[in-house]
Design a protein around this ligand. Sequence first.
Ligand SMILES: [Zn+2]
Length: 421
Amino acid sequence: MKINKKSFAPFLVSGVWCLVSLLFMAQAPIRTTVDLPAKLESVPTMRVAIIQNVEAAHLDFSSPYTVTHPVTGDLLAQGLPQKDVLLNVSLDGIVLGGRLLRSSVIRVKTEDKMIQIEGRTYRADLRIQKNSRGKLMLINEISMEDYLKGVLPWEVDYKWQMEALKAQAIAARTFALFQALKNPSAPFFLTSDVKSQVYGGKTSEHLRTSEAVDATRGQVLTYRGQVFQGYFHSSCGGRTTRADFVWSVVPIAPLMGVQCGFCAGSKYDNWTAEFTFDEIRKKLIDHGYSVGPITGIESVDRDRTGRIRKVLIYHSGGVTKMNAGDFRVFIGADKMRSTQVAFHTAPGKILMTGKGWGHGVGLCQWGAKVMAERGFTFENILRFYYPGAQVTQAYSAPQPEPSEGGLFSGIIGKIKEVFGG
Ligand SMILES: [Zn+2]
């Protein structure tokens, strides 16, 4: 998968809305906090899935490379700089540049610590693993700090005030650390697309956003000593909402919503969209719903922030009720920008008028931009959008090499409260 920057407007993708459908499959509310280890060692290594479920991919090595087994450390292959190296899968293992490596998982390291995958440059190492379906996963193993430098330019405009960029860096670091701590043995913690937060590798980096990452190095948000799911979104349209109004998750004070107001009048404050019933039916069928020709669509159950929670689809086979956030994702979250929406049906189609962009939980990026312009610091911004949260120094060691073994190995960092709550 190549990321075409033109297909993603930066800072509109606001990470986490795609979790909606996954979360709603679960019965019990999903936790939004995880303990921050008392001795979080070194800079955490993130595992980010760049490409999944493919039989082949193209790599470029601009310096000599080695291939090892990630568990045993055995050297499996090595080579000189080479362009357009074909990676593919075989029944017996993984084939790199025509050479069969009899292992279902390998780690590729290069001397200059850069690897090109389908034309994009990524820092640090590449883990290649066969999945249960016999297809390949390409996973970038990268330090948290370098990872964030490839994320921020997608989430915010590098021209924004530095305090807004710093607030975003801490929110994104919190989001990523939560994912890593929640399931440390997973083959990967994050994807590189909107299912997590968009990550474009070194190719995406910008000096100012990288400066914001460096300036906040190791700082994450905590609530009562725990790292929490640091949701953020593009624009709230007036008021942010409660996490448990949107997903089946455990609500905590920092994710209960606030009166924003700062994003009022921003570029994405108001929007309109139009969908034909046929278009919506096709999208719902693509997502596994059995829906006949649609005769009407209605919104029900509006929360106190003005967001709808359920949608009723009237069709030839009956009435289908679904979560409004799911509905939005299924029909196109870049077009139906939020659930703060009014439906106006017309023959064969629906017109929508709405406010804000994104799920509306946690930090409002356009609100943060305006707060920074008015002189608020990144701490002010984060405490405003995540009430009761603290900025905590989770690690502060100098930049080491990305760790070889576990998630957190190397120099032991000290957990230190930067300021009290
Ligand atoms: Zn807002």
